[in-house]
Design a protein around this ligand. Sequence first.
Ligand code: DWN
Length: 394
Amino acid sequence: MTKETFLDLGFQPIANGFLKEGETDNEFFFPLEVALDEDTFLVTQKEYVSPEKMFNDTYAYRGSMSKTMVEHFKNISMTLGAYLDPNPKVLEIGSNDGVFIKNWGTETTYAVEPCGNFAKETNDLGYKTYSRFWNKDLSNDIVAEVGTMDLVFAANCMCHIPDLEETFGAVANVLDKEGLFVFEDPSLAKMINLNSYDQIYDEHAHIFSVLALKNELEKVGMRIIRVDELSVHGGSNRIWAVHQDSSWVENSSVSQALSFERLLGLDMLEVYDRFSTRVAQSKLDLQTLLWSCKDNGHKVISYGATSKSTTIFNYCDIDSELIDYIVDTTPEKQGKLSPGTHIPITKPLGLIEDDINYCFLGAWNFMDEISKKESAFLERGGRFITHVPIVRFV
Ligand code: DWN
């Protein structure tokens, strides 16, 4: 693997490493650099943070905290159900709080979730949950215990695992010969087009292009038969993959996606160098805008204590001098400090307080849902601030 580094986002903390007062002294930081593998065109971190540092029994991200995602996983469950025989055997890798598997029966649905806090929740719901990291050994244990699967599903999980050959090989091992492997992760094309560099943080070992995934899946005897472009999480791709020798037929969405990515130049290093320049400009523009709000005596908060905003606040040196506090609906995040720059996180008070003039969208990927929820703030003249595709008031 020849990795050409093209982006340096500086020293970053654990993106979901929310801290209590008094815990900030020995915080872990790592150099976050991004590279292009010029053999497979995989965009990947230069060095990877050890999984145990990120995924443990206090993991704070809870998938069910947005209506958008609850609805999203309900819809895809119905779609997939139409392609499978009744009572299919389903395995989800990275099941989090069960936001996807809750749409499937407990009898023949299995889950893999290394974060013990969430594995307990889905076990308690009646889903056999393996609280282990996904790898070949675990896939062998599952095959031995319950046989092969008709569907393996993963959402925002595959891009979290550094060794893709082992990861996809383990999926091939557990998947029935006519089975479906369906997974969704942020889209590299969208990140380049939106300049949404905040998709890059410790957990996202890779940002996937279809091009790179085709190459990585072929290594383990699998092929892509369908690509769905999704709006969720700032723009994602849903990949449908099968065993090379299965009877599934590839549809035109695959060739369309590959042609589009080649048109964007995702197989050319200079495209990433230009992206890196735009990221540096975005940093300067956001710092300028927030300091001008501050100098005019305006108060700014941030909406959504996201992994994405951890990258932004640490790359752009934004702390509570510029952002008064962050609001977030997740109980595990409330009352804590944001990773790295230690901005206080509070429970939303219902309405955004009258003395708040601006709201940076840490969860810009949920802008529609948030705008509806905060219509009173907007009606009284409050404004959102976002950095995608450029730094601007919304
Ligand atoms: O890949 C990952 C994605 C799926 O989720 C994980 N590695 C980590 C995490 O990334 P993120 O934290 O950037 O994800 P979200 O889904 O953009 O986080 C949204 C945050 O905003 C949550 O903490 C919930 C919060 N929220 C809120 O406070 N009010 C969300 C909505 C919609 C709201 O109205």
